[in-house]
Design a protein around this ligand. Structure first.
Ligand code: PMP
Length: 676
């Protein structure tokens, strides 16, 4: 169900929003529509009634019945809302505003929301009127003052609305200028606006002075004339909304019949949620509802969606070039990015090879040791060793080192290279390592190294956190032992930091928990802040020079390697990580996840609850019904996508404490209600 109503904004302050919105309210009540008006922010309120509320009341004073006209946040000083709020030591919370709009809509009201000033008017430290518009999911009417210079302002406002994919009902002009004889000066800008923007000017409303004091009988005639012009505006809003309904139904039909989603049947696809936009930690769905994102789009959106710094970086790069091949060519974005990556990575990392996805970087990282060992005259070392319970991607090479059971090796038997599997480490991240179990496991590892050293080129693992293979957090001490054994047996160590990299576990890279350095390291996912597909393989000088000895070249070259747009996003993302803020955020998230998920520990259906950094996991005893759980979570207003026996959270680092409480609350409710 699309939320009913419209958002009235202006090209700037005093464009005529209140005149128009009051006339629209009158038109609406006259046609029998159950309508409410919300003025989210009103400044210049001395005592008692807010001036705009009085204007609306005047415009409908002769119509009988209850009027619902609310000014939500009122401030004394008539200045920019964020400043007016600051003067009274208050902050404007746009979620609260949206909540009040939703409440009225749920009571069956069609809601007219009148903004404050223009689109970029700040409401608090981060949000503007544009953010409020997006969150209300209402179509917009743009009011402009029909005078010289207005086209510029109309065009800039419309461009921004169009750029942000916000539905526009149309423009409305309000004529104000009068010549020396008192005659109105009419600038005929209406056709020009339609020609330039494609957006129609739906009506021209006369300028009215003394809105909040004049409710004379003569004024009612003027209101009636204005309201008459606006009856068709509601028809347009209604038809836009029903078209949106049809559009979405058609989009979902085509999706169901012709698209193939990850890990999904083509004939019995699971339901999908259509998302129209996203901001910070919120996903906006096509039906106007909101979902708090608990997944960071599979680890990668660490700074939140629609981040201004990343947006700007991509936009600037777009005007230079979206892409250029990297064979025989270089560009500043790639060089700067490599410089930044090496500054963050373990000290021995020296070379950066850009790939275009995590799996491709794993493929490249698996080929490097083979070329390296061949160059050393050790061609017999061509296999890889890894841990059970791991996940490294879905391409064939990467799959061969995924857990043989979870990774469904049986489906691809005969094609997958036969790799060597060590047991999954048993001692958890926070457990005691000095135990008989640890001793036995290390001995097993030593045995495996002894047995297969002559045929093993490299050991690949996900440091500390085994992600898609089971969301298991193991003790960092294992890494130290594996590093030691790799050195002893001349086996290269590949750290797959695609999921763990860039702060997620509480360290910039998870190998830091064990203070070890790998020979090769894969990074991806959060590298571009989740903006574009980009990954990289880092190697030590020893590996790079080994492969390149005697004229050797590394045989890999993805078409989109070091794509400039992706590099621009990644550069901006790493700049944001330069401040220590992410560390505080991860510590904060970790604490909230611990307290928020704790109640699940007492539930008989839950096998384990574990938290590390920005990752919270509830492992159930039985596999969950992903479809039912997804539906339950969406109904709760959160986006959490469980798999296997795992319900887990890894939200963007900018998630607020309130949002974390909603996410963990939803997980606890799902476990409690047994909805799996
Ligand atoms: N390695 C790890 C540890 C991963 O978590 C993933 C993705 N889930 C990959 C590799 C594969 O990355 P991509 O999906 O970008 O190919």
């Amino acid at each position: 169900m699309i939320h009913q109503g419209c958002f009235v904004t202006g090209t700037d302050t005093d464009a005529g929003k209140t005149v128009f919105a009051s006339a629209l309210y009158r038109a609406s009540l006259l046609s029998g529509r159950k309508t409410a008006v919300i003025k989210p922010v009103q400044t210049g309120v001395e005592d008692g009634i807010a001036p705009d509320v009085q204007s609306y009341q005047n415009a409908v004073c002769d119509i009988t019945g209850k009027k619902t006209i609310l000014a939500l946040e009122c401030f004394r000083v008539p200045c920019s809302p964020h400043f007016a709020a600051q003067l009274e030591s208050r902050t404007i919370d746009i979620q609260k505003i949206v909540h009040q709009i939703r409440e009225l809509q749920e009571q069956g009201y069609c809601v007219i929301v009148e903004g404050a000033g223009g689109l970029w008017v700040p409401l608090n430290g981060t949000d503007t009127i544009l953010d409020l518009i997006r969150e209300t999911a209402l179509p917009v009417l743009l009011v402009f003052d029909n005078r010289v210079g207005c086209i510029n302002q109309v065009m800039l406002s419309l461009r921004e609305l169009q750029r942000q994919n916000i539905p526009i009902v149309g423009c409305v002009s309000n004529s104000v200028q009068k010549d020396s004889t008192g005659e109105e000066i009419r600038c005929n800008n209406i056709e020009t606006i339609l020609r330039l923007s494609g957006v129609p000017v739906l009506a021209d409303i006369p300028f009215l002075a003394n809105l909040n004091s004049d409710n004379s009988a003569a004024r009612i005639d003027v209101w009636n004339a204005a309201a008459d012009k606006l009856q068709s505006v509601w028809d347009k809003i209604d038809s836009m909304q029903s078209h949106r309904d049809e559009d979405i139904a058609e989009l979902l039909r085509f999706d169901r019949e012709h698209l193939w989603h990850p890990y999904t049947s083509a004939v019995e696809p699971q339901p999908v949620v259509p998302i129209t936009s996203a901001k910070n930690c919120t996903l906006y769905t096509a039906d106007g509802s909101e979902l708090i994102d608990g997944m960071a789009s599979w680890w990668c959106v660490i700074h939140g969606y629609n981040h201004p710094a990343l947006n700007e970086a991509v936009r600037q790069q777009l005007d230079k070039t979206a892409h250029v091949m990297f064979g025989g060519i270089t560009h500043r974005g790639a060089v700067e990015l490599a410089r930044k990556i090496l500054a963050l990575a373990p000290k021995n990392m020296d070379r950066v090879f850009f790939a275009d996805s995590g799996s491709v970087s794993v493929e490249a990282a698996m080929k490097m040791p083979l070329q390296y060992q061949q160059a050393q005259g050790q061609a017999a070392k061509f296999r890889l060793m890894t841990l059970r319970g791991g996940y490294h991607g879905d391409t064939l090479g990467a799959m061969s080192v995924c857990d043989p059971v979870n990774g469904m090796h049986t489906l691809f038997q005969g094609v997958l290279p036969k790799q060597i599997f060590a047991e999954k480490p048993k001692i958890p991240f926070h457990g005691h390592f000095c135990s008989d179990t640890a001793q036995a496991e290390i001995e097993q590892l030593e045995h495996l190294f002894r047995k297969y050293a002559s045929e093993t080129a490299a050991f690949i693992l996900e440091p500390v956190v085994q992600g898609a293979g089971g969301m298991w957090f193991y003790h960092p001490e294992y890494l130290k032992h594996i590093r030691r054994l790799c050195n002893e047996y001349d086996i290269l160590l590949i750290a797959d930091e695609i999921a763990t990299g860039f702060g997620r576990t509480g360290k910039m890279f998870a190998v830091e928990w064990a203070e070890i350095q790998p020979d090769i390291m894969c990074i991806g996912k959060a590298l571009s802040g989740g903006y574009m597909t980009l990954a990289a393989v880092l190697t030590s000088r020893k590996v790079a020079e080994g492969i390149s000895a005697d004229g050797g070249v590394f045989m890999h070259g993805p078409t989109f390697t070091a794509n400039p747009l992706a590099c621009a996003a990644a550069n901006a993302s790493l700049d944001l990580l330069e401040s220590a803020r992410w560390k505080n955020d991860i510590a904060r998230i970790e604490n909230r996840l611990k307290t928020g998920l704790e109640p699940c520990r007492n539930n008989a259906n839950a096998a384990d609850v574990r938290i590390l950094g920005g990752i919270g996991v509830v492992e159930m005893r039985q596999p969950v019904n992903t479809r039912r759980l997804q539906e339950f979570f969406v109904a709760q207003g959160v986006w959490i996508r469980p798999f296997g026996r795992l319900i887990y959270l890894m939200p963007p680092y900018c998630v607020t404490d309130g949002q974390l409480a909603q996410l963990t609350g939803a997980v606890c409710a799902a476990v409690e209600k047994n909805c799996f």
